[in-house]
Design a protein around this ligand. Structure first.
Ligand SMILES: [Zn+2]
Length: 157
């Protein structure tokens, strides 16, 4: 939970923090973060929407991803009680993203072509305000970026 709040994430799946259990934390709205054990998406609407996503596992990048507009989520809450809920829009997107993590899938496996971008920040020369700069990248460029990052700790081990 602390990991997610600190990184301003909207959801988290257990494998991301080294826990191999089927548990997700999904932000439903500003006040509510729902832990779901053994989450299962039992229905997905054919109607889909495209929106930008980032991921705590791939910091510094984003892409547009198409997801079902509404889903039915089943699972158990933190007390082990069975839950079933219909979600749409943002919470539905968060849950689909997190359940994908449990199945080893990331948004880079399914993004809208040519929307993958590296995020950087630059001060506007006139106003001095920090601005977000998006630089289009290919999946290969993204992969090589993380290959370099993981090679460093391996070499010093
Ligand atoms: Zn993620």
């Amino acid at each position: 939970m602390a990991t997610m709040t600190e990184a301003e994430g909207v959801g988290l799946a257990a494998p991301q923090v080294g826990v191999s259990k089927r548990v997700i934390l999904a932000r439903l709205d500003k006040e509510t973060v729902l832990p779901v054990i053994n989450p299962e998406i039992t229905q997905r609407s054919a109607e889909a929407v495209v929106a930008v996503e980032g991921c705590l596992s791939i910091p510094g990048f984003q892409a547009d991803v198409e997801r079902s507009l509404t889903i039915t989520l089943k699972g158990q809450d933190a007390d082990g009680n069975r839950i079933e809920m219909d979600l749409s829009e943002f919470p539905a997107r968060v849950v689909q993203h997190e359940v994908d993590h449990l199945d080893g899938k990331l948004y880079i496996d399914q993004f809208v072509p040519e929307t993958l971008s590296a995020i950087s920040y630059e001060d506007d020369e006139e106003t001095g305000e920090e601005q977000v700069v998006l630089t289009p990248v290919t999946l290969e460029e993204l992969r090589s970026c993380f290959a370099k990052a993981t090679r460093v700790p391996t070499a010093t081990r």
